[in-house]
Design a protein around this ligand. Structure first.
Ligand SMILES: Cc1cc2nc3c(=O)[nH]c(=O)nc-3n(C[C@H](O)[C@H](O)[C@H](O)COP(=O)(O)OP(=O)(O)OC[C@H]3O[C@@H](n4cnc5c(N)ncnc54)[C@H](O)[C@@H]3O)c2cc1C
Length: 385
């Protein structure tokens, strides 16, 4: 088994680390406190090719392999979880499903502006009454001549306020058994305008706007159907299966950043006349933190390997990606909380940033399938195996 990174993977990781050190770290606290979308930094990520990491060169991207994308995602999450959410939406939630389900003509139209960062992407599945169970969605799309007419409300959409290229799910009818026929649509806000509703006030991840989107008789060209009519569940599930690795990698970044800060603090802070790292109670805490991080990393990398060997639809990959997301997100919550504890009172203060990482980590057991849904997925596949 080879855990060594290729030269290209190392190069992307290094580029992300330098970008974070030089451009993001100096403004990171201000960024979260400002509750504003970091457009300038997003454009810098685009200049470095990060917005089109998973998009092949023929469509304007850099065509990096999936692990290279994850390495960049993880590096950026160490410094700004909000920026990493934007990167994830662009690559994993919008770029990849277009790569996997679009026609050649659609790829040529929709991928280059995403890769260049000219258009930001968003994934609009969740609704007020439909979260873990998207079958409960109420948004409809009705075919009228050469258009689809979209009506409904989407909730909690990452980058919904700034995105121009969206994948939106809607009910387009019913199957013979009465179950909803769900389809996915490519929506260009410049062509098919819609309203941005409430911009949510959240516990953390403040520089990543989470918004309501309102579609009222929103007309979409008929050719913007992504996949076939009724393929919506397939598009969503395949995207989320891979997206789970993206979230798991953000968790690795958050946990690693919290661990490094805790380790540094513990080797500098003195109480009772010695470094607190020398107390077994603190040393063991740090040992548990790094062990958990590496265990999560092992699951993520194993899932990437399964994806490369057997493809996106393979049950071994689906189960392992769910395991990676489940473990990494719960690990990040534990590790960032432990980092606060190692810092004592300092950990509760904004300046030390570990409380920010904890608030961000708390999101990760919820997005792209809650921990309960991951356990459901794992147990279902395991029963079948
Ligand atoms: C900051 C943020 C950003 C987000 N970004 C996006 C985005 O970009 N695009 C998008 O489409 N959505 C996005 N979401 C929505 C997110 O994916 C949903 O919140 C998530 O899927 C859970 O759905 P829900 O909130 O409706 O909770 P519910 O589905 O109502 O779940 C409530 C509770 O019930 C549990 N539960 C539900 N069903 C079961 C079951 N069968 N067995 C056991 N327990 C169950 C859940 O695990 C949870 O604990 C975002 C959410 C947040 C908070």
């Amino acid at each position: 088994m080879d855990f060594a990174l290729t030269e290209e993977q190392q190069m992307f990781q290094q580029a992300a680390a330098e970008f974070c050190k030089n451009e993001v770290e100096p403004v990171a606290i201000k960024l979260e406190a400002g509750h504003e979308f970091p457009m300038e930094l997003t454009q810098k990520m685009a200049e470095l090719g990060f917005m089109g990491l998973v998009i092949p060169e023929q469509y304007g991207g850099v065509g990096a392999d999936y692990l290279a994308y994850l390495l960049v995602e993880g590096e950026i999450a160490k410094t700004s979880i909000s920026l990493s959410m934007t990167l994830g939406a662009q690559n994993s939630l919008v770029g990849l499903p277009i790569m996997n389900f679009a026609t050649e003509e659609q790829k040529q139209q929709w991928l280059p502006p995403l890769a260049s960062g000219e258009k930001l992407g968003a994934f609009a599945l969740t609704e007020p009454g439909a979260g873990s169970d998207p079958a409960g969605m109420r948004t409809t799309a009705v075919r009228k001549g050469d258009k689809w007419v979209l009506n409904g409300t989407k909730l909690y959409i990452t980058n919904g306020a700034v995105a121009k290229t969206l994948i939106v799910w809607a009910k387009t009818g019913e199957k013979p058994d009465g179950k909803p026929l769900i389809s996915a649509f490519l929506v260009d806000k410049d062509v098919s305008p819609f309203k941005v509703g409430t911009i949510e006030e959240k516990m953390g991840v403040h520089a990543s706007p989470t918004t309501e989107l309102i579609f009222e008789d929103c007309e979409i060209p008929a050719e913007n159907l992504l996949g076939k009519e009724g393929d919506g569940f397939k598009v969503a599930l395949m995207t989320l299966n891979t997206g789970r690795l993206s979230v798991a990698t953000q968790c690795l970044g958050l946990a690693q950043a919290a661990y490094e800060r805790a380790k540094r603090f513990a080797t500098e802070r003195e109480q009772f006349g010695q470094k607190i790292a020398e107390f077994q109670g603190i040393g063991f805490k740090l040992a548990d933190m790094i062990t958990e991080i590496n265990a999560a990393k092992g699951l993520v990398w194993h899932a990437v390997w399964l994806k490369e060997q057997f493809g996106l639809s393979d049950p071994r990959f689906i189960s392992m990606a769910a395991q990676a997301k489940l473990f990494a997100s719960e690990m990040a919550e534990r590790v960032t909380s432990a980092a606060i504890q190692v810092h004592g009172g300092y950990g509760y203060m904004r300046e030390y940033r570990v409380e920010e990482f904890f608030r961000a980590a708390r999101l990760m057991t919820i997005v792209e399938g809650t921990s309960e849904i991951q356990r459901l997925t794992i147990s279902r596949w395991e029963m079948k195996a």
